[in-house]
Design a protein around this ligand. Sequence first.
Ligand code: SAM
Length: 151
Amino acid sequence: MISCKFFTHSTEFLLWARKSKKVSHYYNYELMKEINGGTQMRDLWTLPAIARWEKLCGKHPTQKPLPLLARIILASTHENEWILDPFTGSSTTGIAASLLGRKFVGIDKEKEYVELSKRRRIEIEDPAKREEYRNRIARYNNQPLLEIQEI
Ligand SMILES: C[S@@+](CC[C@H](N)C(=O)[O-])C[C@H]1O[C@@H](n2cnc3c(N)ncnc32)[C@H](O)[C@@H]1O
């Protein structure tokens, strides 16, 4: 078997991009440090692979884990800000954005994935699910509780 002859691929890159060099990007240094147990956040994160609880509404072939998108959003946005994902797939970015009190617009060329995104959005209208998913995000991001203003 070819897969038994190599190291398992286990990393993906995050790219930072901005429109203009004149406008500085936002980086929540203090929160990232807290999440990393009190020392500066490293650029190599080990987070669990996508789990069954994330696929209750159906799945996308390259769906990202919710705690990963949550960390990215916490690192680079403020509460109430707008986030755009023009390649939204199952909208993991949007689900994390909503759970973390951000606003979201997602675009996908496949109707099937837009429908999946809608089902995921409806799922978190249930207060018990919101609470469960926020707790999961908090657990994987070393936070006892995420204090988020509901919008
Ligand atoms: C890597 S997936 C995103 C997965 C997503 N992060 C998630 O967690 O489910 C990229 C998505 O971009 C969509 N896509 C590709 N080209 C596109 C385009 N030109 N316009 C809109 N969506 C596009 C694909 O249909 C696919 O669902």
